[in-house]
Design a binder for this molecule. Sequence first.
Ligand SMILES: C[S@@+](CC[C@H](N)C(=O)[O-])C[C@H]1O[C@@H](n2cnc3c(N)ncnc32)[C@H](O)[C@@H]1O
Length: 192
Amino acid sequence: MAFKNDQVSEIETAKILEIAREGILRDGDFVEMGCYKGDTSLLLAEILIGTNKRLFIYDSFEGLPEKSGEDESIIGKDFKAKELFVTKREVKQRFLRANLPVPVIKKAWFKELSFNDLPEKISFAFLDGDFYESILESLKLVENKMVKDGVIIIHDFANPALPGVAKAVDEWNMDKKLKIEIFKSMAIIKLR
Ligand SMILES: C[S@@+](CC[C@H](N)C(=O)[O-])C[C@H]1O[C@@H](n2cnc3c(N)ncnc32)[C@H](O)[C@@H]1O
């Protein structure tokens, strides 16, 4: 099924799905932190049909949080608190209308989530929270759940309008020194 993706470019979406498909072969479930309307989530749900894997998606469903100082950028003035608002109900309805299995949908600020809110093992994680704190919190939530060779994709790593994303990833990776592959705006990290 061809779903329109407002937030992620076509070429990035194709890469996400290519990597996610490889994730089906590993142990562990799929996670998306910052799902917004569910454009990417719908595509992930579609490729999981017929597998034993579950999709877990997370969002405040209150739009973006406040920026921190790490996120300030002259060209990123558009990203304001409460933008990208959608309700959890609307997202759930999209899955039902598309006749796709409804994922586990959690409404929370990432900082309110505990490890119990995430699957036990994660094979593939897509982090798309736009801001420094959102990305750092997401990384800390998924890092110890990732299976060997599991992949984390972080959107907007190379997006100058959202400088907090790269700051969060680089800070998190400082002691880990994991290889970061960059594809368009995305950072792709394979866990060892
Ligand atoms: C760019 S949108 C996500 C787009 C989506 N991944 C897609 O592919 O269509 C960013 C989303 O992250 C959510 N978000 C950002 N920071 C968050 C936080 N700290 N806690 C919860 N949700 C957050 C926003 O509410 C927004 O819906």
